[in-house]
Write a protein that binds this ligand. Sequence first.
Ligand code: COA
Length: 321
Amino acid sequence: MYSRIAGTGRYLPEKVLTNFDLEKMVDTSDQWIRERSGIERRHIAAEGETTCDLCEAAARQALEAANLTPADIDMIVVGTTTPDQVFPNVACLLQERLGNRGVPAIGLEAACSGFIYGMSVADKFIRTGAAKKVLVIGAETLSRFIDWTDRSTCVLFGDGAGAVVLEAAESEGILSTHIHADGYYKDLLYFPSGVSKGFDDLKSGRDFVQMKGNEVFKVAVNTLGRIATETLEANNISQEDIDWLIPHQANIRIIEATARKLKMPMERVILTVQDHGNTSSASVPMALDTAVRDGRIKRGDLILLEAFGGGFTWGSALIRY
Ligand code: COA
């Protein structure tokens, strides 16, 4: 038994913030941002627009693409690090809107790897027969916890959501998933406060995302190279067998370095970072949906998805689309 992708969807908030807009907010330039990150614009959630709103729009698109209704879904997994509330989790909030009461709703926090972690969990449920049709979503409103006066971080991130419907199938779909974490790196990329620590700072809005960009860069490139090798070896295939690489869309230089290590020409790499910046857990499913809808990815193609994020967490999925 496999889990195969039955449909994909994505949603980006209406408001666009370009590099030129940022030039008016902090001491930066369009040229610096494009050269160092590949980003040209990012989308920002409207006031009052929540992560669950983004999830719902992406989920409804994925359901439509799969020709299914919410009632067909028997499990929901949402990877996010920017939930609407501490609880109920975003998957529960989404379930209430979709109306499929009673199905399990899992909120999963693994920073930028949240979607790949979610795929891995959903795949296990489907393979064991515990679920048949699962909505897996990565969604973020990162703009809410960015310091818009800090040029070293604010130029990099954006909001968005991507969704897939996974369904049980006898023909090939997800061939393998691989997930890892190393908390040793917890101080390189983090948000300082939460509920049981620094709650007053959280409430007063004093805390923002912190990142040692240079160090994150080096570990990300090495780690993403290793997970690609691990995935190829586990499936006994070579990089030439892969039709498309869909990397986490954090930074074009990380993506290019990973592609070089894999000896993948950039024509076989799906690149969307220019259009929305780093949207954390939403980036991989949004890139997947983009390439499915524009016709590049076709049924039968072999796709390698991979992500890396705060924790550090990282993971991959090899999929026969
Ligand atoms: N505009 C203009 N200058 C900026 C700037 C900005 N937005 N942000 C930083 N700078 C300046 C720095 O102050 C520094 O100036 P100095 O040399 O006078 O001190 C200079 O640019 C170089 O800074 P540095 O941090 O060394 O740049 P970099 O080449 O490492 O690029 C990142 C910075 C953040 C783009 C890069 O480190 C990176 O991509 N890291 C990975 C981040 C990431 O993807 N994180 C998420 C992983 S999930």
